[in-house]
Design a protein around this ligand. Structure first.
Ligand code: SF4
Length: 470
């Protein structure tokens, strides 16, 4: 998953409030403004929502003031994510005051979690959970007639696998493909099993068809998404053959050597030797694994119900490093979980040093309603201690990331060009297979979607710099 990513995904697994603009297909389109928060799965869900609404005449817009429909796809993974979204709802309601016919809706994990509360607070007109997006057009129509609507039913089957996502906010090079939904794990801090329901895997036929279509449209990288991709498991009803995650990876990688394959998120208890060997075997399966540790302390891992200990985690790390040369590993880390002592905290710092993560998503613990931790454990680490430990974790990770990147100086990497650098259109930006961003000057011969070889000449803790050598 995008652990700790409302599914904890990532992108930055928790990009904040990006606005999507896409082209609709109707001449008399109404306009929908969609803002998305949280994990990569939420961003891909917004693309599914855009596709459903496109069929009903809604054309996405980035202009809040000109929209007929305002939707916010929400994240519940941390309390401050929910607080941010409440602030956004206040702004949407100001827009609604100047145009009362505007419909405001909350989608995603917060919709699932707060349901009636959001309607009772009169902040929104519709509330729709992650498994109920097909009912959006009907609920919007009801709301336009003054009837507020809610559908937060969780499904054991919904996979949206017949819907072609509208690629919003797309660079035309990289795209997300959701391969499974829900999570059967019950990590004690995590709200995802309550907001996204039970795990189910999508047909590998439909995943491969989507990947082929993207490749034919010019995309050169797909990221296979799930809360816990290693437990992907699909049984073909025609012959009862089983497709595991390792098999799915190889099927997608076989589409073309020019198509890069990424995935997120892996769970340390589930990542198998078969998956690790498959990554090593295919040059186009990216040499990057997001393997969230959450804490370095075995005692805390037990309280977190992560079902592995420090020794198990380090064994998996050693296996990955020994089988996949040059692989980069990243993590999610929580500071100040219930009962965390200074010794536990030191264990987390130790594991950052030992694993040498290329980067991590780092947070301090915030208690989430309904979780095992909320019901059974005491959130007893004072906030100032949580913040201090988090700062120590961030500082150490920054040093480790810098060393990781400086070790690349002088080496040459194949880089997939994603577009212009944010700072200057005289520079390209692209990624290495290890998921590191590289900035390098254009030489006139290459453009977005091309692979180039780049020699790295400089680095900081977040970015590599270099020049094209082919
Ligand atoms: S329960 Fe655990 S594995 Fe599942 S989404 Fe939450 S943190 Fe990830």
């Amino acid at each position: 998953m995008f652990e700790n990513k409302g599914g904890e995904k990532i992108v930055d697994e928790h990009r904040q409030g990006e606005i999507f603009e896409v082209i609709g297909n109707t001449s008399k389109a109404r306009r929908v403004y969609i803002e998305s928060y949280g994990c990569q799965m939420n961003f891909n869900d917004s693309e599914i929502v855009a596709a459903i609404l496109d069929q009903h005449g809604y054309q996405p817009t980035g202009d809040l003031e000109k929209s007929d429909l305002i939707l916010v796809n929400t994240c519940s993974i941390r309390d401050n994510a929910e607080q941010n979204i409440r602030k956004r709802l206040t702004i949407y309601n100001k827009a609604k005051k100047s145009n009362p016919s505007v419909v405001v809706g909350v989608l995603g994990c917060m919709a699932e979690r707060l349901k009636d509360e959001l309607l009772a607070e009169k902040m929104v007109d519709i509330v729709v959970g992650p498994d109920a997006y097909r009912s959006l057009p009907q609920l919007i129509e009801q709301a336009q007639h003054g009837n507020k609507g809610i559908n937060v039913l969780l499904s054991k089957e919904e996979l949206y696998d017949d819907i072609q996502p509208v690629r919003i906010d797309s660079n035309g090079v990289s795209a997300f493909i959701t391969i499974m939904r829900g999570c059967n794990n019950m990590c004690s801090f995590c709200v995802v099993p309550f907001t996204r329901g039970r795990e189910r895997s999508r047909s590998s036929y439909s995943i491969i068809a989507e990947a082929i279509e993207l490749f034919e449209k010019g995309y050169r990288e797909v990221t296979l998404l799930g809360q816990n991709v290693d437990s992907y498991f699909w049984t073909n009803p025609e012959d009862n053959s089983v497709v595991s995650f390792a098999r799915l990876l190889s099927l997608v990688a076989d589409i073309s050597p020019m198509l890069r394959v990424r995935f997120a998120t892996s769970h340390p208890k589930d990542i198998t030797d078969e998956v690790i060997n498959t990554i090593a075997k295919y040059p186009n399966i990216c040499k990057y694994i997001h393997l969230p540790v959450q804490s370095g302390s075995t005692r805390l891992l037990d309280l977190m119900k992560r079902t592995y200990d420090q020794e198990w985690y380090l064994e998996r790390i050693n296996k990955i490093y020994s089988v996949i040369p040059g692989v980069a590993i990243s993590s999610d880390i929580i500071a100040g979980f219930c009962t965390e002592t200074e010794e536990d905290h030191q264990e987390t710092l130790k594991i950052i040093r030992e694993v040498k993560y290329s980067m991590s998503y780092m947070f301090y613990y915030s208690e989430r309603p309904r979780t095992y931790a909320e019901r059974n454990l005491k959130d007893d680490v004072p906030i100032e201690v949580k913040k201090r430990r988090l700062n120590e974790i961030i500082q150490l990770q920054n040093e480790v990331s810098l060393q990781h990147n400086l070790a690349d100086v002088g080496k040459t990497f194949e880089v997939l060009i994603e577009g212009d650098s944010k700072k200057s259109n005289e520079f390209h930006k692209g990624r290495t297979t290890q998921n590191k961003m590289v900035i390098f000057p254009k030489n006139g011969s290459f453009s977005k979607g091309d692979y180039v070889f780049v020699e790295i000449t400089d680095a900081n803790s977040a970015t590599l710099k270099g020049h094209i050598v082919n």
